[in-house]
Design a protein around this ligand. Sequence first.
Ligand code: SAM
Length: 215
Amino acid sequence: MNQKFPGVYMVDGQIATENSVPGYRVYDEKLLKQQNREYRLWDPFRSKLAAAILKGLRTLPINRDSNVLYLGASTGTTASHIADITKRYVYCVEVSQRMMRELLPVCRNKNNMLPILGDAKHPESYAPMIGPVDVVYQDVAQKNQAEILLRNMDYYKAKYALLSIKARSISSVKDPRQVFREELGLLRQRYDVVETIDLKPYDKDHVMASVRARK
Ligand SMILES: C[S@@+](CC[C@H](N)C(=O)[O-])C[C@H]1O[C@@H](n2cnc3c(N)ncnc32)[C@H](O)[C@@H]1O
């Protein structure tokens, strides 16, 4: 077992996080015990952050002291691994009531995950529910993904973000490379794009962008 980033490990050749609630599974992931600790294997085909890490993400802006605003939490697959990495809060914003029903039991078990039924396009609408934000993690299948991220980073004055860009949600006719150029161009007008990772073969036509506020 070796550490890839604080809180992220390679266990038997697979990526994993240390389970903050031993014995508890979120999506039928495998649990492995090593040296009195329990690890949850992190499936890169189910989680774009795991895919980005395996594809060579150089810096993970999330650490044990990060408060994370997670936009598009769905049923909590990736958010639950982030909740293993940080000891602070993961604010899980999800617009779909159906997804929220499945997310709620996960948040009851992982007590640093806070569920928020809300629309990521309106960051002010969930402000009363959340505290300071260090990192925004966004994975919403919407047309204006960069714009939504910028609104949230600006509103919460976040220093870092990870944005999963899904080309096909933005345009089904444009060349995905063109879509990525346009979305990244919007981000670069005001923030630094530190690195971009193509998520193939785990996800087709997806890029993960790591974004940082200018000093
Ligand atoms: C690809 S899934 C996210 C998967 C999740 N990030 C994971 O890795 O476990 C996208 C989610 O974004 C949600 N979503 C779409 N538009 C949204 C919006 N405007 N605000 C909040 N959530 C949204 C969808 O309901 C869906 O659950």
